[in-house]
Every structure is written in C-alpha cells, then in structure tokens.
Write a protein that binds this ligand. Structure first.
Ligand SMILES: [Zn+2]
Length: 466
C-alpha cells in the first residue's frame, strides 16, 4: 500500500511536470510566434535578409512609398521622397526598428497566429497600409533642416493624425550607401537608423519654460501680478543662472515672451522640487507613450538630488532634463486642445488582400495634461510670444502660438552649438496643427528652428488648411 501510494505520487509529479512543460511551450509559442515567423531566415517573406513579399505602403494622398515588384521591394520614384520618408517607412532589413516595414511587418505580410503566413501563401501578398503622413510635406521638412541633423513632427491636435515625420540623417532607401554608413568616421551618419522623432531625447532648453509656466499658474496664485527684475542673472548663494540679456522689470507674460532665464529660475526655485515634479509627472515625464505599435523614448525630469541653483537651471530647461520631440508636440497639442492631446497615430487605413478596408479610429483622448483653465492661460501666453515678440510676420497667416528654445549641450561635447527648438501650433479652426522642430547644433531657436517651422507649417497649410 505504502509502495503504491509512493508510485502514485511519482506519477502525479511526472504528469504535473509534463503539463507545466506543455504550458510553457504554449506560452512561448503565443508570445513568440510573431517573432519566430518574422525571423529574417523565413524564406517566404525575406529574400537574402530583405523583406520581399509584402503589402504596399502609401502616403495619405495615395502616393506609393513601398511596394513589391517581381519579388523585391521597390520605393517611390523620387529620391527626395524616398529619403525624407525613410524613417517612417523603414528599411527592409529591420535596422530601423520603428519603421512600418519592421514594426508592422505582421500586417504587411498578412501574418496571423493561427495560419502562420497563410494570407501570403494564399494571396501572394499581405495587407496594404495607408499612412496619415504626407510625403511632400516630409520632403519640405527634410530640406528645411539643411545641413543639420534633427527632427520635425506635425500632427492634427484635434484628431491625432501625424502628417509629417522627418528624422535626419537619412539615406536613399533604394540606393543604401552601406559602405559610407559602415565606415563613417565623420559622424555624418550618427544614429541614422534612429527615428529621432519617436526615439530621440534632447535637452529642451527654453521650450521647457512652457512647463515651468504651467506649474506656476497652478501653484503660485499671485503669478499674474508678480514683477521680476532681471539684471542678467539670478544669483543663488555664490552661484548664478545667467540670462542672455538684461531684461529689467518684466511681468510673467513678458518673461515668457523674452525667455528670461532670471525670472524662470526664480519661479522654479520658488515652486520647489515637489511642485515642479508633480507638474512634469502630470505631463507624462517618465512615462512610456505609444504611437500605434511604436513606443516613444521616455522624457525625463529628475531634480530629487539637485542643488538650489540646479533647480533654477531645470526651470529654464537645462540640468539633466531630456524631452522626446513627439512628447513635446503632444504637450503643446494638449494646450491647443483645451488640456488633453488626442493619441497620435500614423496609420490611416489597412486594406486586406481580399479588399477589406479598416480605417483607424483616431481621436481617443489621452489623460488630461492640463486643466482647461491652465491650458487657456498658456494658450494666450504662447500666442503672445508670436504676436508680441517673434512677430506674426514670421508665420504669415497662421495665427501661430509657440516657444523657441536654444538648448545648451554639455561642454564635454566639444564646444558644439546649441540645439535649436521650436514648438507650437496654429490657432486657426480650419487648420488645427501643432509642430515640433529640433535642429541639432543649429544654434538659436529663434533664428534657426523658427524659420524651419514656418516653412513646414506653410506647406502643411497649403495641403490641409481649410
Ligand atoms: Zn532676463
């Protein structure tokens, strides 16, 4: 009897172990099946490591960005379009992880978990993807960046549709300069496989003053009646936060117009670590946003260990703060839209091999970033920046709101010019679009990034304006 029960136990244990094994096998299958079927060695889809048989990718106007012709991938006939849309379309070898050809290869190849690459075998193709992005607008942006690296993004702040994504450096996908990329020692191809709009983070410089302003509006009841006296620096003990000018006596709005470091350092120190951090938390710093299947790089704000003078520097967008450009665009989009940004997206529709079209439903609102009152107040101040300081002539006919930034990069990067930023949006009802521009080592935000933003917004207005 004793022996029997011991045997039974051994059997039970064996059965349990077997079931556990099967469970793990199923679990790994369901979680990794996509990855296994998409391995570059899968000959149905990849030819010598290149994506070959897959659906087409179109821009929002219907222009072909990628398609399969005679078993190999072929791209738009214009070199400018191929280069400017490289990062959103992605390469066929999977180097650009956030590109459609990699991040959405399951859809392009018609893969489904039950049948493997069934659609592909049955129909000889997968699904086609139509983007919300306009290729000509990307070309305008790419050219506007000139010789500099950088990124530009534009989206509709009412629907979330992304209409422009540019990341530079890029290359002509049809004629990849592999030799030059692999042997580059000049830095010309630094981060070439990175879509800077989704995956980059930068020191925000003075664009961060929008965020310090939000915190001040929420936490300092007398902020509207305060006056600041800028002597060219804000002293903290033996240290100081330098201003680019001597602004004299100014109020809160003028401090933002003129981007006064002294005033904003004073505001940040007055707010203190807890309140500034609460504001950045509410805006999604430290959070990983997703745009479709693409995860954005996290923006970061950490002043827990900062000295008082460094809290001042953080308030003017320096210190260790880093911001993802798409996230910054969403922040001003939320201001334009009364406090919340719609979830950004870049896929307009998917057409299955049998012709079924599924449209992307846009417009899902993300968690509110600002109260409506704070958003309205910031909206007025950002409009004042353009109207009373940069000049409406810089954005003819657009009724723009915005903020420039000139972000110092750390001195150990070898005396490089600062990153030039512009972030803003049009107030026009018939043209609800927001833009972010970062020109790496471009110099001044006002003289470099702002004209780039104008070129791109004027072109966007000619395509999407009412
Ligand atoms: Zn100043």
């Amino acid at each position: 009897m004793k022996t029997l029960s011991r045997r039974a136990w051994v059997l039970y244990l064996l059965v349990l172990a077997f079931l556990a094994g099967v469970g793990i096998l199923f679990y790994t299958f369901f979680t990794n099946a996509d990855a296994w079927a998409m391995k570059r060695t899968n000959r149905h889809i990849y030819n010598k490591g290149n994506l070959s048989t897959a659906g087409s990718i179109y821009d929002e106007s219907g222009a072909v960005l990628a398609e399969t012709v005679d078993g190999s991938r072929s791209y738009n006939s214009s070199k400018d379009v191929r280069t400017a849309t490289l990062h959103i379309v992605g390469d066929s070898q999977g180097y650009i992880a956030t590109g459609i050809q990699t991040a959405y290869n399951d859809i392009l190849t018609g893969y489904n978990i039950v049948d493997g690459v069934y659609d592909l075998k049955k129909y000889g193709k997968g699904s086609d993807i139509k983007l919300t992005v306009n290729a000509d607008l990307c070309v305008t942006g790419y050219k506007a960046l000139g010789k500099n690296k950088g990124t530009i993004g534009v989206y509709n702040y009412k629907t979330g549709a992304i209409v422009c994504v540019v990341s530079k450096p890029a290359y002509d996908i049809q004629n990849k300069p592999s030799e030059s990329i692999n042997n580059d020692k000049t830095g010309a191809y630094d981060g070439v496989y990175l879509n800077r709009f989704f995956s980059g983070v930068y020191t925000p410089g003075s664009t961060f003053k929008i965020i310090t302003s939000a915190s001040a509006i929420d936490n300092l009841p007398d902020i509207g009646t305060r006056s600041f006296n800028c002597t060219g620096e804000h002293k903290v003990g033996g240290d100081s936060i330098k201003c680019l000018s001597v602004h004299g006596n100014i109020n809160f709005e003028q401090a933002l117009n003129r981007s006064c470091n002294s005033a904003f350092a004073e505001i940040a120190i007055d707010l203190g670590k807890e309140k500034l951090t609460a504001t950045t938390d509410a805006l999604g710093f430290g959070k990983r946003f997703k745009v479709g299947k693409v995860s954005l790089a996290k923006s970061s704000f950490n002043i827990s260990e900062a000295s008082t003078v460094d809290v001042g520097w953080a308030g003017v967008g320096q210190h260790t703060t880093r911001v993802n450009p798409c996230h910054m665009m969403m922040i001003v989009g939320a201001i334009a839209n009364g406090g919340s940004s719609p979830e950004p997206y870049f896929i307009k529709s998917v057409t299955s091999p049998t012709g079924n079209v599924s449209q992307t439903k846009g417009g899902n609102m993300l968690e509110p970033m600002f109260s409506q009152m704070t958003a309205n107040r910031l909206d007025k101040m950002l409009r004042s920046n353009v109207k009373n300081y940069y000049g409406d002539g810089k954005f003819s006919g657009l009724e723009m709101c915005g903020k420039t930034g000139t972000a110092e990069v750390s001195s150990n990067e070898g005396g490089l010019s600062p990153h030039a930023w512009f972030v803003g949006y049009s107030q026009r009802e018939d043209f609800p679009y927001a833009i972010v521009v970062v020109v790496e080592n471009g110099g001044s935000g006002g003289s470099v990034a702002l004209p780039v933003a104008n070129k791109v917004m004027q072109k966007a207005e000619s395509i999407f304006g009412g």
